[in-house]
Design a protein around this ligand. Structure first.
Ligand SMILES: [Zn+2]
Length: 400
């Protein structure tokens, strides 16, 4: 869309950049306006100095914040696992084994069926304020099905992740080494042209640390960035493997030793040059909610200096939510984050986890991805859980 657009009468603007004195990590500004040109933020300043524009959105004193950056989502799948959820809520434990149920349904689905599901969930997330979403493969687990999953994902996201090492599929159950060889060989070759990242589910019952290291190294060798699922179901070496490999993010981080926390903190560095080497701890409270499991301790990570992101882990088994506001509310209530920390983690934190500096922040030059709340402050995202507070979403400067 061409022409300029002014978002005016912003009561509270979350920039995640330089705010007014006392603006805190959210870089808060009061009584602000924001000008959009060519899909980018062109100007931010006091409302009384707002320039003229072709069009205008009156925020009417409401809060405006960067669109949410959901850095962990599994949207390419078929079928649902509502019955498994019901069984879990009736007392059955979560083991990750239900992933194979979704693999069967995904292989049987047509491209158009998979595409329709991604489109539906992408739209659902957008309506809840998510303007950037990472999308993983991982329910195909054959060369052809992983490649098509990523091809479809790339129609909806710049941040696509090859997760051929989600679980060992049933046909390889008694020869996991052969499966790892296939993931590193023909599957990676078919997937890499459509992927920016590589990911492994490093957990008991999925892939051990040696297999995970081998697979991630193969991905790095063809230019993919590293992220991994680690320390979700129990303690283990996954987080330290992520730090060792320079992963952009280790995700879940529910069961951490002091050494894990120290390793993550050692990667944190301020300033643009430091960000390229930071390993973010991405917390996924929707998974703990939906599996009725203990939550990760965000307070411990933040107090140690670890960079924390929040994401949905949207998937049909262990966390079937696309709602970042829901995750913010959980993080504040259950993970001892302040509302400001949770909002930062769901915007700037997610951008760090994707090693991007054009989203999750509102400053001149950034992508004009923003949310106008039906509330005067970012606090309301946690203070009013479950309430549809997203009034307007701009994506690339275009009202959705
Ligand atoms: Zn996941």
């Amino acid at each position: 869309m061409t022409g300029s657009l002014l978002v005016d009468n912003i009561g509270e603007l979350v920039t995640n950049g330089s705010g007014e004195g006392g603006g805190g990590p959210l870089g808060l500004r009061r009584d602000a306006a924001l000008l959009v040109e060519d899909g980018r933020v062109a100007w931010i300043g006091p409302a009384r100095y707002a320039p003229a524009a072709d069009r205008r959105i009156d925020a009417d004193g409401a809060a405006v914040l960067p669109g949410f950056v959901d850095s962990h989502a599994h949207l390419v799948f078929a079928g649902d696992r509502a019955a498994e959820f019901a069984a879990r809520m009736a007392g059955e434990p979560y083991t990750g084994g239900g992933i194979r149920t979704t693999v069967g349904a995904t292989r049987a689905a047509s491209d158009d069926e998979l595409r329709a599901t991604v489109r539906r969930l992408r739209g659902e997330a957008l309506r809840q304020g998510t303007t950037t979403i990472e999308i993983k493969s991982g329910y195909g687990l054959t060369v052809a099905d992983e490649a098509r999953s990523l091809r479809i994902a790339a129609e909806f996201s710049e941040d696509t992740t090859f997760l051929g090492a989600h679980v060992v599929p049933a046909e390889y159950a008694d020869r996991p080494d052969d499966y790892v060889g296939m993931v590193c060989g023909p599957m990676l070759a078919a997937a890499a042209p459509h992927a920016r990242w590589i990911d492994v589910f490093c957990e008991r019952g999925a892939f051990d640390v040696d297999h995970a290291r081998a697979i991630l190294a193969c991905g790095q060798a063809v230019g993919l960035g590293v992220r991994l699922h680690a320390n979700q179901l129990g303690p283990g070496p996954g987080v330290r493997l992520g730090v060792e490999l320079g992963a952009a993010s280790v995700d879940h981080c529910t069961h951490l030793s002091d050494a894990d926390v120290d390793a993550l903190a050692s990667t944190a560095a301020d300033g643009p040059s430091g960000r390229a080497t930071t390993t973010v701890a991405t917390l996924l409270p929707g998974a703990e909610f939906s599996t009725r499991s203990p939550y990760p301790d965000a307070r411990r990570l933040i107090d140690a200096g670890v960079t924390v992101a929040l994401a949905t882990d949207c998937n049909p088994g262990s966390s079937y939510t696309s709602s970042m506001p829901f995750c913010i509310a959980l993080a504040v209530r259950e993970m001892r984050m302040t509302p400001a920390e949770a909002v930062w983690a769901a915007t700037a934190g997610g951008a760090r986890a994707l090693r991007r500096d054009d989203v999750g922040v509102l400053r001149p030059g950034a992508r004009a991805d923003l949310v106008v709340l039906d509330a005067p402050s970012h606090l309301h995202l946690a203070y009013r859980p479950g309430v549809p507070l997203i009034r307007t979403v701009l994506h690339n400067g275009v009202p959705q």
